[in-house]
Design a protein around this ligand. Structure first.
Ligand code: ADP
Length: 371
């Protein structure tokens, strides 16, 4: 009935963008110093006589929230209770930028819509089925016991949605498939989904591990980390900023974190942009190969996320590098953006698909199911 999002909270040019059922986009600019103001603006827009889809906020029966970190406490979505809120706070140490903001959203709704049930959908939950040998780091075991240092993975809602949706789309039984999902956008991760369950994923304790991303470095030699900190005299916070905000497509190219800008730079002869795109493609390909090994085979590969859905070149290069698995690209079918489609040939041993992700739908359906 309505779709939209608030962006740039905390900056002077924050705004709410709403997509109306007729496809028209409306942008409402308003300074939003913090999340509560954003939530209020969303609710106001829902009952706005011009752009709203509700007559009264009383029509809302339930609210679903994306919560980034559920730690080891949550392996599925839950109805929010005071106890759940306490546990979300306890997971904040693992996601200091996200969980407190998620909680603000929950509390803002409690105030505005008292008594309306709320559901938390965790970005980490889908990956809680990973076996211990996949989620443990080979560090002293006490660090796991003391601080729960292990791999959690993120984008779980997206990996869950596309791995289930692709089976529906292809008409196959999800409990009998070996699927690799590649969610590649500004942030990116791959997951190995065996018979409907995540058994590995490329992000770790934090989202910085794994693929080359818009501004994140992905996999890095730990020795390089301490070396760089020593040489550049960086604090832990500064190093964190370096690998999360200044690396990846942006860091290597020096141009942009956006794949479209990288593409434009390559066309104008920028060698560093070309280098980082090659690194990007290579890393995705390596993870897909690794996950084929993790599951002892792969039946389906899914591309999703801004780049996975919209960039035929990157998809094409990845798939062409996987011919050893029997994957064969259908060049013509691959020439597609933002649409569900099989992009491998009929005789390909692996079915390769584009499935646009829909995390909001997943959150809404979990909420409906639980409430
Ligand atoms: P986020 O991780 O922030 O959700 P998205 O999934 O929206 O990010 O992905 C953003 C990325 O998708 C950017 O690098 C952007 O360049 C890329 N992208 C979006 N549309 C296109 C397109 N038409 N062609 C190529 N890349 C695209």
């Amino acid at each position: 009935m309505a779709q939209g999002g608030v962006e740039k909270i905390g900056l002077p040019d924050s705004f709410l963008q709403v997509k109306l059922p007729n496809g028209e986009k409306v942008k409402i600019e308003k300074p939003m110093p913090e999340h509560t103001v954003g939530i209020q603006l969303i609710l106001d827009s829902l009952v706005d006589p011009k752009i709203g889809c509700l007559k009264d906020l009383k029509e809302i029966n339930a609210v679903g929230h994306r919560v980034v970190h559920g730690g080891e406490k949550f392996n599925q979505s839950v109805v929010i209770t005071p106890e759940v809120k306490k546990q979300i706070i306890e997971c904040s140490e693992l996601a200091p930028l996200h969980n407190p903001a998620n909680l603000k959203g929950i509390e803002a709704i409690e105030k505005t819509l008292p008594g309306v049930p709320q559901v938390a959908v965790f970005d980490t939950a889908f990956h809680q089925t990973m076996p211990d040998y996949a989620y443990m780091y080979a560090l002293p075991y006490e660090l796991y016991q003391k601080y729960a240092i292990r791999r959690y993975g993120f984008h779980g809602t997206s990996h869950r949605y596309v791995s289930a949706r692709v089976c529906e789309f292809l008409g196959v039984d999800p409990s009998k498939q070996k699927i690799v999902t590649a969610h590649i956008g500004n942030g990116g991760s791959c997951a190995a989904v065996l018979n409907g369950k995540s058994v590995d994923t490329s992000m770790g304790l934090t989202p910085v591990e794994g693929l080359v991303m818009g501004t994140r470095a992905g996999d890095l030699d730990l020795g390089a980390a301490t070396f760089i900190m020593d040489k550049e005299g960086l604090s832990t916070a500064e190093f964190n900023n370096l690998v999360n905000k200044k690396s990846g497509l942006l860091g290597v190219s020096g141009v942009s974190n956006d794949a479209r800008d990288i593409d434009a730079a390559i066309k104008s002869g920028n060698k560093r942009a070309e280098l980082v795109r090659n690194m990007f493609i290579y890393r995705v390909k390596k993870y897909i190969g690794a996950y084929a090994a993790a599951m002892n085979g792969v039946d389906i590969i899914v591309f999703t996320g801004g780049i996975g859905e919209n960039d035929p070149f990157i998809r094409g290069e990845v798939v062409k590098g996987l011919s050893f698995l029997g994957a064969k690209l259908d060049e013509q079918a691959n020439n597609v953006r933002g649409e569900e489609r099989v992009i491998s040939t009929k005789d390909s041993k692996v079915t390769v698909c584009v499935i646009p992700t829909d995390e909001e739908l997943m959150i809404a359906s979990d909420t409906q199911a639980l409430v």
